[in-house]
Design a protein around this ligand. Structure first.
Ligand code: MTE
Length: 322
């Protein structure tokens, strides 16, 4: 995201795939080994076909007019910078992530702070399947049948106090599980991000029924590359607001310093609502490419969820609060 503008096509689309992979792996492997010695230990995550099934009733209120993106695309074209900055990195390297055992701490301005084991989180509220579009800031999108329940169910359980105004999400910090969190020989991280990955929402955004605490997709538990074992999905905002592999949720009184806004404040704001007429400083946000399609489509205000979420921003200038 940070490093350069997304190309109009990927080299893999115009070059024989094996040639492309061999050449790229050679170059990337040599460079990465020199700069980031930890990456060599990484391997692929379990094949999606072997992931545990996760039954969940489809919620008819959250269907989508478009067919879901192919599972093969949704699990091989990912942004997960803890594994590297290339879209193919998570599917090649996410074998180091161990989604069990796993705990999520929920703390801060709450009357009942708690540490939730992942098995407990899975049972906290009825699981449902919701088909949401996810629009990435890089102007591509996918339609995914997610499995989870409203984030509000977990937040209500810990009873936020009157001082809680924002919710901060933290991804696991563990360079053994996330090789790209290792600092290179020059002491910097390849992505330019400070770890752990931090994201945030205003409390009323986090309590909105669309905000999903997500534990699965396509009828299965979350693949490592999609943020196992638990992430959030906030479908009216650019994809980077949907933090993966969460271990800590803090209810705070001040707006959190989020990873991307900290790295590039002029390019990535706190709100990051999908807004077709607020361009990224380096590219337009008016259109997007749905993965699996070639024609570009118009991007919709709030990613198509305006009826449900526009009232959250009544009276706010969303060009200033990008
Ligand atoms: N969460 C963490 N921890 N690290 C990341 O690099 N990338 C974000 C988001 N969550 C990211 C993350 C971005 S930019 C996008 S577009 C979505 O995850 C991609 O989710 P997907 O790979 O499941 O489609």
């Amino acid at each position: 995201m940070l490093i350069r503008q997304a190309p109009r096509f990927r080299w893999s689309e115009v070059t024989d795939e094996r040639l492309y992979l061999n050449r790229r792996e050679l170059i990337a492997g040599a460079a990465a080994l020199a700069l980031f010695p930890g990456r060599a230990e990484a391997g692929p995550p379990p094949p999606v076909s072997q992931l545990a099934a996760l039954p969940a009733a489809p919620n008819p209120r959250y269907r989508h007019a478009d067919s879901p993106t192919k599972i093969e695309s949704a699990t091989t074209y990912n942004n997960f910078y803890e594994f590297g900055v290339e879209k193919e990195d998570p599917a090649r390297l996410a074998g180091t992530l161990k989604p069990r055992p796993w705990q999520v701490v929920v703390e801060g301005h709450v009357a009942k702070p708690g540490t939730f084991d992942i098995e407990e989180l899975l049972r906290l509220a009825p699981l449902e399947e919701r088909v949401y579009a996810l629009r990435c800031v890089e102007a591509w999108s996918m339609v995914i049948p997610w499995i989870g329940y409203p984030l509000s169910a977990l937040l209500k359980r810990v009873a936020p106090t009157g001082q809680a105004k924002f919710v901060e999400f933290q991804t696991l910090l563990d360079p053994e599980q996330f090789p790209a969190q290792k600092k290179g020989v020059f002491g910097f991280s390849m992505s330019g991000l400070d770890w752990p990955y931090v994201e945030g929402l205003r409390l009323d955004e986090a309590m909105h029924p669309l905000a999903l605490l997500t534990v699965g997709m396509y009828g299965k538990v979350l693949p490592n590359q999609n943020g196992a074992p638990v992430r959030v999905v906030v479908p009216w905002k650019y994809g980077f607001k949907s933090a993966k592999s969460i271990v800590r949720i803090r209810l705070v009184s001040e707006q959190p310093q989020t990873a991307w806004a900290k790295a590039q404040p002029r390019e990535y704001g706190f709100y990051s609502n999908v807004h077709p007429s607020v361009d990224h400083p380096r590219w337009s946000q008016a259109t997007e490419r749905r993965i699996g399609e070639f024609r570009r489509r118009q991007t919709l205000m709030f990613n198509g969820y305006a009826d449900q979420v526009a009232s959250l921003y009544a009276g706010m200038d969303l060009k200033k609060n990008y």
